[in-house]
Write a protein that binds this ligand. Sequence first.
Ligand code: SAM
Length: 280
Amino acid sequence: MGSLDTKDIVQKYNFKFSKSLGQNFLVDESVLEDIVKGAEISSEDFVIEIGPGVGTLTKELLKNAKSVCSIELDSDLIPILNEELKDYENFKLIHKDALKVDFNEIIGEETSVKLVANLPYYVTTPIIARLLTEGYKFNSLTIMIQKEVAERINSEPDCKEYGSLSVLVQYHCDTKIIRKVSPNSFIPKPKVESIVIRLDRLEKPRVDVKDEHLFFKVVRESFNMRRKTLSNALKNLKLSKELMNEAFEKAGIDSRRRGETLSLQEFANLSNAIYELTKS
Ligand code: SAM
């Protein structure tokens, strides 16, 4: 594996890794190349990067994109990044928590927006949920995440990994696995295998849903008690038995099935039936 200057930069500044900030820096050139190639970054693109570390991936992005805006939480990394990337005029650094920044403010009038990140694993799911549910104008997210999370995202009905996260991501995006990454590609080595996955935002959600809030509530409740039948799991919606029976019938779904067997279309049919019946 071709090696990068990540280690030299870490040594030069005597940087101390923080486990709680999920700091595993890339040292494998082939992974870097595959991320940039997989994200299809061109000179038209405005790239947002979460967690630049010492700027290894950032540098590669800067060479290919129109401009890059990186968001880093660790104060110790800010002077390092400012020094190491000072020659790039198309670089902007924001010292903030990616869970709290206003992405609309960062995106402004940009139209071709791609998010690329080797994500800190402790915030993977909340960050993906935020990026997808808050309606930002991203074209795609190309992210390095734990293998287990990638499997959950890509999973289908009847698989044990299929859950709310699979439905959320598949509702908004097409997904594509770019490559697997071994722990040896990072310093320090993480305990888990990783995967680079690309999520392409669909122009409109994959299924027609009358009330998104209700749709995701039905999904959450169905998976909260995944061993129970739908009629039991959905008691938490606090609707009458008669109304629920009518909804199951209208949606053509057997209430003795478990939530984990329902496709996105079936979740949509069920929540749309409940919506129609509670509205009238
Ligand atoms: N991009 C670098 C690389 O690939 O070598 C570093 C990736 S490392 C897995 C994750 C980075 O995210 C670290 O630089 C860490 O300090 C930063 N980070 C952790 N939590 C963050 C948060 N809430 N907001 C922004 N950055 C965060």
